[in-house]
Design a protein around this ligand. Sequence first.
Ligand SMILES: CC(C)(COP(=O)(O)OP(=O)(O)OC[C@H]1O[C@@H](n2cnc3c(N)ncnc32)[C@H](O)[C@@H]1OP(=O)(O)O)[C@@H](O)C(=O)NCCC(=O)NCCS
Length: 172
Amino acid sequence: MKVTDTERLTIRHFEGEDADFIVRLLNDPSFIRHIADKQVRTREDAVSYLENGPMASYRTHGYGLNLVQLKGEGTPIGMCGLVKRHELEGPDLGYAFLPEFCGQGYAFEAAEAVLEQGMAEHALDSVLAVTLPDNTRSNRLLNTLGFSAKWSVNLYGAWNNLYEYRRSNDIP
Ligand SMILES: CC(C)(COP(=O)(O)OP(=O)(O)OC[C@H]1O[C@@H](n2cnc3c(N)ncnc32)[C@H](O)[C@@H]1OP(=O)(O)O)[C@@H](O)C(=O)NCCC(=O)NCCS
């Protein structure tokens, strides 16, 4: 199911057939360093990750991490979407891109579109984001998107910067 699109990207729900891409993305050193080692090594691991993670979230919340593809040939380049984790009060924005597709503005383009679509469709006034303090690119992306740094939160055994994006940010 297509979620939204932008000038250069199509953003759609994950399907089982995206398993090979998930194995690549979740084993990229940058993903493991900045997010976690999800222990997804095989196609079967990836199918299970997709079914119990993003696809379960679509059913429960109506949103979840999505596949981000280049328009045209449909090359998968990353994931981006809203996540509801029980450790945080509200939904947060998640994203990760393959290294060869970083530094080209794709993460910003996808995140901006996901925020706009997700907040409108699910009537959200606020979206959170968490990132490690030393994840320079991610902190920069959140600032560029208009998130405000709130405080620190201990998640999964590490201190993370907690950010919030409010629709009312636009209103003086
Ligand atoms: C965090 C992450 C998504 C950021 O990706 P990114 O590519 O740096 O972010 P953007 O899409 O906003 O790209 C910005 C860069 O593209 C450049 N750029 C090039 N063409 C551009 C264009 N057409 N439009 C906008 N920016 C463009 C910008 O100048 C900027 O470059 P700089 O970083 O050298 O200043 C990426 O590093 C990643 O996937 N990391 C691993 C996973 C991760 O850490 N996830 C976050 C966990 S909280």
